[in-house]
Design a protein around this ligand. Structure first.
Ligand SMILES: Cc1ncc(COP(=O)(O)O)c(C=O)c1O
Length: 388
């Protein structure tokens, strides 16, 4: 096989689907009207927004009116939490120790502002016990925020069960579904969810655009104030071209979501099977089955992930040592440490995240390259280290 890129970092971002790029282009040139303008050029942009809203609603399985366009997952997460605190007047948030920084760091900031955050731990398989959620909710809890799928391990949290617990206690429930969208059918309207965050660049859409789902009847206070866009729920002239791209990507993701596990999950499982059978001292980080089908987080004992990633990069294989947002920091992954891994084990872990376009040939090639690279790195280790 010729040396080309094998992209296995789809949890960081995905390549845009060409259909979405094609639909966006006219909205960067010909149809430049402001959707709030009454004349036809503006109305064309407005109709494009409506069509995109319909398509995203189709992917999520909810009504169009529940969707607020945002600048992506981070804004959606921040907005949901801030809104819940403002509308409820309560002082407490229940969340987990393994959330994406878009929730985690926002909650740390809330702590500095004097709010109380109850950080729930996860087990060694990365799972969350819903009973812990029930125990953590108190009379001052404004909202529970628990991610649907973890960005580093892919581990799924029992969203329906947690949502039902929140309903029973009369507290709002937010889920960050950024890593679940397009990988599993979500059926959001049928779920006990009040707020849900989505980001377009994780399912073939452009970066810098996403949605916040706000269940009908749930009180909402906007995060950004200004114009009356998004029916007063998010001020600022809409990023029309990006929203159009997200809409088209959502439509394609909706067509594919039923086949995602079968196609991508099979490749992920084959990838892991090869590596686990060829190498010793390799472990899957996270529950084996309660995971999104595309993610494989592997701990290679006595291998520094940085060395492995560099070696793979030289061969055109792109993966990640943790979540993209924490790359560059010298700290071990908070998520892996939260699951009980030592710093050394966390630094020996690599996340491979597959996408719809990966082929079997690519995956076979990548698995063989990982095996070769790990063997080579381990061969260079002093015997004293290997014996540990
Ligand atoms: C689980 C999760 N939440 C939120 C985000 C942030 O989304 P965005 O990049 O659109 O702000 C990401 C992106 O990595 C993510 O994986």
């Amino acid at each position: 096989m010729s040396r080309r890129l094998i992209y296995l970092d789809n949890n960081a971002t995905t390549a845009m689907v060409p259909e979405a790029v094609r639909e966006m282009v006219p909205f960067l040139s010909v149809y430049y009207g402001n959707p709030s303008s009454f004349y036809s050029l503006g109305q064309e942009s407005k109709e494009a927004l409506q069509s995109a809203r319909r398509r995203v609603a189709g992917l999520l399985g909810c009504g169009e009116d529940a969707l607020v366009f945002t600048s992506g997952g981070t804004e959606s997460d921040n907005s949901a939490l801030r809104s819940a605190l403002r509308t409820s007047g309560k002082r407490e948030v229940v969340t987990t120790a393994v959330e994406h920084p878009a929730v985690y760091r926002f909650c740390q900031e809330l702590e500095r502002e004097g709010y109380r955050i109850r950080w729930l731990p996860v087990g060694s398989d990365g799972r969350l016990d819903p009973a812990d959620v029930a125990r953590a909710i108190g009379s001052e809890t404004a909202i529970v925020s628990v991610m649907w799928a973890n960005n580093e391990t892919g581990v799924l949290f029992p969203i329906r069960e947690i949502g039902e617990i929140c309903r029973a206690h009369g507290v709002l429930f937010h889920t960050d579904a950024v890593q679940a969208t397009g990988k599993l059918p979500l059926h959001v309207a049928e779920m006990p969810i009040d707020f849900l965050s989505v980001s377009a660049h994780k399912f073939g859409g452009p970066k810098g655009v996403g949605v916040l789902y706000v269940r009908e009847g749930v009180p909402f206070r906007p995060y950004l104030l200004g114009g009356s866009q998004e029916r007063g729920r998010r001020a600022g002239t809409e990023n029309v071209a990006a929203i159009v791209g997200m809409g088209r990507a959502a439509e394609l993701a909706a067509e594919r979501v039923g086949r995602f596990a079968d196609r991508v999950g099979k490749l992920r499982d084959k990838f892991e099977k090869t590596i686990l059978s060829e190498l010793t001292e390799v472990r899957i980080n996270g529950h084996r089955t309660e995971r999104v089908p595309n993610t494989s987080n592997l701990c290679f004992q006595n291998v520094e992930s940085e060395a492995l990633l560099l070696e793979l990069d030289r061969q055109g294989i792109l993966a990640s040592g943790g979540s993209a947002c924490s790359t560059g920091s010298a700290k071990p992954s908070r998520v892996l440490v939260g699951m009980g891994l030592s710093a050394r084990e966390a630094f020996a872990s690599v996340r491979f995240s597959l996408g719809w376009n990966n082929t079997e040939e690519e995956i076979d090639w990548a698995a063989a390259a990982v095996v070769r690279a790990v063997r080579r790195i381990r061969e260079k280790l002093p015997a004293s280290l290997v014996a540990q």
